[in-house]
Design a protein around this ligand. Structure first.
Ligand SMILES: Cc1cc2nc3c(=O)[nH]c(=O)nc-3n(C[C@H](O)[C@H](O)[C@H](O)COP(=O)(O)OP(=O)(O)OC[C@H]3O[C@@H](n4cnc5c(N)ncnc54)[C@H](O)[C@@H]3O)c2cc1C
Length: 404
């Protein structure tokens, strides 16, 4: 039988996802498994080389479990056992959150390229069509549907769909093409020096705070770890030595320092928080960093991106079932997600401000908050547990953390 698509040379998926990163691939799996014909377009030709690691919190790993890929991700990464905090120059742990005792769900450390390849394989197995190496695309809206022309090395491809999902990251081109406004913020003068190093002796995350900033390491499995330093740009003359300086701080014992002698690659990044007042318009919606890009300071951006997936899928399934792709229906996704993502953005902005600041009093405020948590482990555990739940920390917990 000659299909309509074959006759016209136009493919007609139910939805096209722009961006084949964490958000796009995981949403693709969820939609395809619900029987929704899904295509993903991606500009990259292959996975990026890893310059950082994912520390995924339970909101993220719950979605990976729901998609059926958590066991494979754990085989390729590390199930973290503890989150430890140090004061630089003092040889004691400030605070050590035992994650088994916390009992809030799975914390995972994994290389981004590993997670991407697991998700990509699952997406293809679920029947998602992935168009990689898209050099450029153009968009036209006619009769309540989008026509997208993809420019690829082997010739153009036309896609026609009633629904576009923008999963193209914090600098989203789709967001601009749709006329959805955004604003961005970054901590002044601050950079993150990041790299992937050798294995750590324990499966955990260790972060040290000093007068100049902060540095840390996260286990990414048997062979690798993520190493990072948050510093004032003026203090970083060479990224490699900025990471090694952290390794030789008194608080880190020698067994950890070997991870820093095996650094594959380093990079200096200046990420943004992106605030988008409206996430949808007729026939299109945004998700992940395209809707709520946040600073990596709390390691929550990827987890909240994954947390979007089940709710977004519910809204899309309903839209496909009813054939109603108007903005009011699609905005149900933002209504259900905005409070949580706005809280996480605010918290990571505040943390970025105090983590490495030249403003008088900011470091004192940071150290007082840490000391309060360290002295009251029950409060620290409650805060972490609530942050790892779908609703986020209650007002009561937040108030107690600010009280002397
Ligand atoms: C240094 C650093 C450390 C981090 N650490 C953590 C952490 O520990 N834990 C955590 O949870 N999060 C962390 N994050 C945040 C996390 O990386 C992001 O929140 C997450 O990757 C967002 O996923 P996304 O799919 O929305 O966007 P992205 O990962 O940015 O994916 C967007 C995709 O869209 C593609 N694309 C872009 N433009 C186009 C276009 N015009 N056409 C087609 N395709 C396009 C890109 O190639 C890319 O594949 C960190 C971020 C950084 C920078």
């Amino acid at each position: 039988m000659v299909t309509d698509e074959a006759r016209t040379g136009v493919e007609k998926p139910d939805t096209v996802i722009v961006g084949g990163g964490l958000a796009g691939l995981s949403t693709g799996i969820a939609l395809a498994e619900s029987g929704i014909d899904t295509a993903i377009i991606e500009s990259r030709r292959k996975a990026n080389a890893d310059i950082f690691g994912f520390l995924l919190w339970p909101p993220g790993t719950r979605t990976l479990r729901w998609l059926g890929v958590l066991p494979e991700a754990l085989r390729n990464g590390a199930e973290l056992e503890s989150l430890a905090w140090f004061v630089v120059g003092k040889k004691h742990t400030w605070m050590n959150v035992d994650l088994a005792e916390l009992d809030a769900g799975t914390f995972l450390g994994i290389r981004p390229s590993r997670l991407e390849s697991i998700l990509r394989e699952a997406a293809l197995a679920a029947g998602v069509r992935i168009y990689d190496s898209v050099d450029d695309w153009s968009l036209r809206r006619e009769h309540a549907a989008w026509t997208m022309r993809l420019q690829r090395e082997d010739g153009p491809v036309d896609l026609r769909t009633p629904l576009l999902i923008g999963a193209d990251g914090s600098g989203s081109r789709l967001r601009s093409e749709l006329g959805l406004t955004s604003s961005r913020w970054q901590p002044r003068g601050q950079v993150i020096v990041t790299g992937v190093g050798g294995p750590l002796p324990e499966q955990g995350s260790r972060q040290a705070l000093s007068a100049a900033g902060s540095g840390g390491c996260v286990s990414l499995g048997e062979k690798a770890s993520w190493l990072y330093t948050v510093a004032q740009e003026s203090d970083v003359s060479d990224p490699g030595s900025a990471l090694r300086d952290y390794a030789h701080l008194d608080s880190l014992d020698a067994t950890y320092a070997t991870a820093f002698d095996q650094v594959e690659r380093t990079a200096v990044v200046r990420p943004w928080t992106v605030t988008v007042p409206r996430w949808s318009t007729d026939g299109a919606m945004l998700m992940g960093d395209a809707a709520h890009g946040m600073l990596p300071h709390l390691g929550l951006g990827g987890s909240l991106t994954l947390e979007d997936v089940p709710l977004l899928s519910e809204v899309v399934e309903e839209a496909v079932r009813t054939g109603d792709f108007c903005a009011p229906r699609l905005s149900a996704f933002q209504q259900r997600r905005q409070a949580r993502t706005a809280y996480a953005q605010r918290t990571s902005n505040q943390w970025a401000r105090v983590l490495c600041s030249t403003t008088p009093g900011a470091r004192t405020a940071r150290d007082l908050a840490m000391r309060r948590m360290a002295r009251n482990m029950e409060l620290a555990q409650r805060f972490y547990r609530e942050l790892a739940s779908p609703s986020g920390p209650s007002l009561g917990t937040r108030m107690r953390m600010m009280m002397p």
